[in-house]
Design a protein around this ligand. Structure first.
Ligand SMILES: *Cc1c(COP(=O)(O)O)cnc(C)c1O
Length: 245
């Protein structure tokens, strides 16, 4: 597959460099080792050729948010690259789309209902049986910090029940938590709140240490409060094209 125009490659390279630099500085400021926090490049709405250019620049994990665009892009890119690449599903998933997500996703950040967990487990089980997957599907439970119904995520009061349910599903592995800071209030406030929730969650789930928090606008606050994975789109890729829902 062709790579993008040189000007686009240069744009991606410079976006990537500055995001990496911000992440390094945030780790230094938080007194954390630089390799404590993964940079997940969010490539949703951008073409497979951009993803390939990012692979050339050294990126190996990507965040996608919409089926079937995500699955198609993942297989297109994988067919061109010999190194193993990780594709993470970070957006809300309709239960009926779980079937395909369970085939291609290395990790789902946006697990937030029992029905979705069951559907993903079913899909991952089938993919393991058929050889399409070789490992269970890693999942993070998304927390809804402010209770807004359209945001996705489970309420704090339902977190334990959700985690217990996932623990019983053999094709899923509970790896940790994910948050999106709501717009109102400050990122600092929400990330501090998320860190508090995570700390009590870790008491009962000491192995579920992953914490996906922080995006282009709030990665510094997220790193301060313990993020292990920042999901950065706009700051690397530029503005997303406007698409109708
Ligand atoms: C799009 C998206 C991101 C990236 O957001 P930017 O502000 O563009 O960095 C991160 N997380 C989720 C869940 C997203 O849907």
């Amino acid at each position: 597959m062709t790579r993008p125009e040189p000007t686009r490659v240069e744009e991606l390279a410079s976006g990537l460099r500055s995001a990496q630099e911000r992440l390094r500085a945030a780790c230094v400021a938080a007194d954390r080792p630089a390799d404590d926090v993964d940079l997940l490049v969010v490539t949703k709405f951008f073409p497979a050729s951009d993803v390939l250019a990012l692979v050339d620049l050294g990126c190996r994990s990507f965040g996608e948010s919409r089926e079937p665009e995500a699955g198609r892009k993942a297989s297109e890119v994988r067919s061109e690259v010999t190194d193993p690449l990780a594709f993470h599903m970070i957006g809300q998933i309709q239960t009926k789309k779980a079937k395909t997500v369970g085939r291609w996703a290395d990790r789902v950040h946006s697990m937030d209902t029992v029905r979705l967990a069951d559907a993903l487990d079913d899909a991952a089980t089938k993919a393991l049986d058929s050889g399409e997957r070789s490992t269970p599907l890693d999942v993070l439970v998304q927390i809804n910090l402010d209770g807004a119904p359209d945001r996705g995520g489970v309420g704090v009061d339902d977190l334990e029940a959700m985690a217990a349910h996932v623990d019983d599903l053999s094709a899923l592995r509970l790896r940790g938590l994910m948050v999106i800071a709501p717009q109102e209030g400050t990122a600092e406030q929400w990330m501090a709140r998320a860190a508090e929730i995570r700390a009590s969650f870790l008491v009962g789930h000491p192995d579920a240490v992953d914490f996906s928090a922080g995006m282009s606008g709030d990665l510094e606050e997220a790193v301060t409060h313990g993020s292990t994975c920042v999901r950065v789109g706009t700051a690397i890729m530029g503005s997303r094209p406007i698409v109708s829902p």
